[in-house]
Design a protein around this ligand. Structure first.
Ligand code: TA6
Length: 288
């Protein structure tokens, strides 16, 4: 969405509006602790949010940065992509600093989550916006007495102005699993371009990526997440998703910081932190 309005069905959702002193802004729903809008200072909207997005119990919002925890995809017994993205998180703190604004939201186990996933945990999501940058950080603490293992991702829908011309740099020569074809191979030497359905896990991708698009290049960094998932439904899948317009696939590429190949294992009392950073490089250069 390139204007300030949310899709109607989201307009009544409790949300945190972050506004840094320099004009950078973000909107975070309590539902799923989901960032649904990010505008860097002096820039335009950089996240895609489906105009047909819906929220509510058991519904994940199509767009922004869905928080995937404690299970990525259908890689275990839980509902697809786990339950964190369709639960109500609690606002813990909001702060405005000299050159940024941040929000902290929290989700802990309850009797409903323990039915699905019999473990104690405390998750916190921190969203920080300022200048040309958005940082989204997921921290998970094992508050139980048993070791726990989980997979997770920040499933970011990055807006593109021209899908055919968009290029994702930085995945060259990485080992990847193609979720559509069920094959594994080594990525080639060229930047990734989207042509039809793409659903790939890139393993051990600990390096900065760059999304090149008419909106201006976006640097994509991550810490704590070892893998990257790239997804675009293509025209056929896009038409089958009720919460996505038939041409919705043309307006985003999901580039997801992910812990998929090797589940995160936490001993009692231990904590894990994963972060994804997005930087509008054109705006960053103008600020330097
Ligand atoms: O991250 C890629 C993926 O796992 C794809 O397989 C596709 O299903 C996408 O997530 C969206 O999943 P969702 O449950 O949000 O429709």
């Amino acid at each position: 969405m390139d204007d300030d309005t949310l899709p109607t069905v989201l307009a009544d959702q409790p949300a945190i509006e972050l506004a840094a002193p320099d004009g950078a802004r973000a909107r975070v729903l309590l539902h799923g602790a989901q960032v649904v809008s990010w505008r860097p200072a002096g820039g335009t909207e950089r996240l895609y949010l489906s105009p047909r997005a819906e929220a509510g119990a058991g519904r994940a919002v199509r767009g922004g940065v869905p928080v995937i925890f404690p299970q990525f995809g259908a890689s275990g017994p839980l509902p697809r992509h786990g339950f964190a993205r369709d639960r109500a998180w609690v606002r813990v703190a909001t702060e405005v600093g000299r050159d940024d604004a941040l929000a902290v939201l929290r989700l802990a186990d309850d009797e409903r989550t323990r039915v699905l996933w019999p473990h104690r945990f405390a998750a916190e999501l921190t969203v920080r916006v300022g200048g040309a940058r958005l940082d989204v950080e997921l921290a998970v603490e094992n508050t139980g007495d048993d070791a726990v293992a989980f997979t997770a991702a920040l499933h970011s829908y990055l807006r593109v102005a021209d899908l055919d011309a968009a290029r994702l740099q930085g995945l060259q020569r990485l080992r990847r699993r193609d979720q559509v074809r069920g094959t594994e191979q080594i990525e080639g030497n060229d930047a990734l371009r989207i042509d039809g359905e793409v659903d790939r896990v890139y393993f051990d991708a600990a390096r900065a990526l760059q999304l090149q698009d008419a909106l201006g290049s976006l640097r994509i960094g991550a810490e704590g997440f070892r893998d990257v998932v790239v997804w675009n439904p293509g025209p056929i899948q896009s038409a089958s998703l009720a919460d996505l317009p038939p041409d919705g696939f043309r307006h985003f590429i999901c580039v997801e910081a992910a812990a998929v190949g090797t589940p995160v294992r936490l001993e009692p009392g231990a904590e894990w932190v994963g972060r994804q950073s997005l930087v509008d490089e054109g705006l960053e250069a103008r600020r330097d």
